[in-house]
Design a protein around this ligand. Structure first.
Ligand code: PLP
Length: 632
């Protein structure tokens, strides 16, 4: 456990069992001992078409645990319920889920279903997100909030107003002052009384990576001057009663409760002032920012960690709102939060396979080889070699390495000008590696090639250096004797993972077993937020396959309740406006023209299959194309 700090970032959902496999406890702290799901068994089941409704699912694979989602939601709600009760707060907590964190249909539908008993709602930031939220909330509680954030045009505002007409508890949050005129005009035209909120630009600033949206110069929200103009205009139109919500968002991954309390306190003061000015304020919406401890360090000065628990977060919010409202003799508002990352991060795990490793092997050389090598050395490299040998004898290792480098450089120049052949160059490389090994500084980090695209599945690592816990999901009863970095399938040098939680530049890994050995599966954890929607199709690798897994009474203790194969090569080609059917026809004509011997139709069949398959590597060593062309 300690090698990967799984107890630090994974509790209470993830742990390691006696067989050395990662297990999932989907109900968190409420899980009994027998309610543990062995991830390796899930991966094996996913590749068994009997369990997936006939699908032959390929890796990479996202495994979703709806029970984890349910637990996260319930934990958030009970943390606030407890804080409300213990502080004598006279209103309640009613959260919303910002769908941008993961818009997957089943994630959003699950959240609406699991949260409907405590009026949990949704937040949308664009027109398609609003359409999704409107239709999903129809199945939830009518009191659940539908918060409309983001920049808005007339169509967005009309949709939000129609949602109110459909009896959805919709609030239009002004992100820009100019939106107000449209809201007033369109609501009059549609005959709908709007409920309006304002996003305030707070002075409290979050200094981490995710805080760039906060502070006076942040990208979003209204300044105090603009908020005052909104109040004035609504008053003039006889609509000040429509102004009911104050929203702010300091940024994601708020590092400490002191910063949180500072921001919430400032917002509660603005809220109180709006009450004083005559607005019918009811809700304070504290935005997102409830953080995730990705490395388990509980640190307050890192983007990948936070220094508080969910309970401490809720307590800090309730205390700060209560303190300010009591000071101003203002009724306690409903507290709404837009936590996204904290709700969905744990529920999905990305599984991928290491297919090969470039093991760092230092060539073995006999004294005969070394002698032979010296004879082959070009004249002007002799002095480098001599210096190297002398410093080795004297035990001056740094100098020794410097001379080895110099020797290499000289020989590379010789190779480039054609006076040295490729075997000689390889002999020099081998010799220098031998020297490095002899003095104990050889680089022991191997590169593990993984059947994955970092750009598609872990875009935040590439884009903003976000670290996620990654570890093998099995063989954890065996000491990992190697250190590795992960290199993906894309033809891009950025397509690698060479930084890991705990500030490490390599990951403890096991030796890959031979061809007939067991596959080596790795899991990327806590990636349920943002990664799926942000990932692209670099090199035309599409998204992973997805399964949903729930606890069941059967022999395995779980059942695959939904399985979807990842996008095929045709799907990703289509996303770039190619027409796979026409492409195939073109290739078929070419086959008819050029392949005269038998086997043309098998080649066509093989190409059709390649269009149909996922773009990732397949485990089998042959395919219908090699069969069709006689295996050559
Ligand atoms: N609300 C708003 C307005 C946001 O911009 C964001 C994310 O940036 C969120 C909520 C969700 O934040 P988090 O995922 O940190 O909870």
């Amino acid at each position: 456990n300690s090698l990967y700090n799984i107890d630090g970032w994974g509790a209470p959902y993830f742990s390691i069992n006696e067989s050395g496999n990662v297990i999932v406890r989907p109900h968190g702290t409420r899980t009994m001992d027998h309610q543990e799901i062995d991830l390796l068994k899930v991966v094996k089941k996913a590749s068994d078409s009997k369990s997936t409704g006939g699908l032959d699912l390929r890796l990479p694979l996202i495994i979703r645990f709806p029970d984890v989602l349910k637990d996260r939601l319930e934990c958030l709600q009970s943390a606030f319920n407890y804080a409300v009760k213990s502080q004598g707060y006279s209103s309640h907590f009613q959260g919303v889920y910002p769908v941008k964190c993961n818009q997957d249909r089943f994630v959003v539908e699950d959240i609406v279903k699991f949260g409907s008993s405590f009026r949990f709602g949704l937040e949308a930031g664009s027109k398609p997100e609003l359409l999704m939220a409107m239709s999903c909330l129809c199945k939830g509680s009518s009191e659940s909030l539908l918060i409309c954030n983001g920049f808005k045009d007339a169509e967005y505002i009309s949709l939000a107003l129609i949602a109110r007409k459909l009896s959805l508890n919709t609030v239009i949050v002004l992100e820009q002052e100019e939106e107000l005129d449209s809201v007033i005009d369109i609501s009059v035209k549609l005959g709908v009384r709007p409920v309006i909120g304002v996003r305030a630009k707070l002075r409290t600033k979050h200094s981490g990576h995710f805080g760039s949206t906060s502070g006076e110069k942040g990208k979003f929200g209204l300044t105090t001057t603009q908020i005052l103009r909104v109040v004035k205009k609504l008053k003039q139109c006889g609509m000040l009663d429509c102004f009911q919500l104050l929203h702010f968002h300091i940024g994601s991954q708020i590092p400490s409760t002191s910063l949180l309390a500072d921001g919430v306190g400032e917002a509660a003061q603005i809220y109180s002032e709006l009450v004083r000015l005559g607005a019918s304020m009811k809700v304070i919406d504290i935005g997102g920012g409830l953080g995730i401890d990705y490395d388990g360090s509980k640190s307050t000065n890192s983007d990948v960690s936070v220094g508080y628990t969910l309970e401490e977060y809720a307590m800090a919010v309730v205390q700060a709102v209560k303190f300010v409202c009591d000071r101003n003799s203002v009724n306690h508002p409903v507290i709404c939060s837009e936590s996204g990352r904290a709700i969905v991060s744990h529920h999905s795990i990305l599984i991928f396979e290491a297919v090969s490793s470039s093991n760092y092997t230092v060539p073995t050389m006999s004294s005969y080889d070394v002698q032979h090598f010296i004879e082959q050395l070009p004249e002007d490299a002799h002095s480098d070699y001599l210096n190297l040998s002398q410093s080795a004898v004297r035990g001056e290792y740094d100098a020794c390495l410097a001379y080895a480098d110099q020797l290499k450089q000289t020989c590379v120049e010789k190779f480039k000008d054609g006076s040295m052949d490729i075997e000689q160059l390889a002999a020099i490389d081998g010799f220098c590696d031998l020297v490095a090994k002899a003095i104990g500084v050889s680089n022991p980090v191997s590169t593990y090639h993984v059947n994955l695209s970092v750009f598609t599945s872990i875009p935040d690592f590439w884009g903003i250096g976000q670290l996620f816990p990654i570890l093998p999901i099995h063989r954890l009863d065996e000491f990992p004797t190697k250190k590795g970095i992960l290199s993906d399938l894309t033809c891009d040098s950025d397509g690698k993972i060479d930084k890991f939680i705990g500030d490490k530049s390599s990951l403890p890994l096991h030796e890959l077993e031979g061809e007939n050995g067991m596959k080596y599966y790795l899991g990327m954890f806590l990636g349920g937020a943002y990664q799926e929607a942000m990932g692209g199709v670099h090199n035309l690798f599409g998204g992973p396959s997805v399964i949903r897994v729930s606890q069941s009474d059967g022999p395995f203790g779980f059942a695959v309740t939904r399985a979807v194969s990842g996008p095929s090569s045709s799907d990703v080609l289509r996303s770039m406006h190619h027409e796979p059917e026409m492409m195939f026809e073109t290739l078929k004509h070419r086959i008819e023209e050029y392949v005269h011997e038998e086997g043309g139709s098998m080649i066509a069949g093989g190409i059709a299959q390649s269009f149909h398959n996922m773009p990732y590597l397949t485990a089998t060593s042959s395919c219908c194309l090699t069969a069709a062309s006689g295996g050559n």
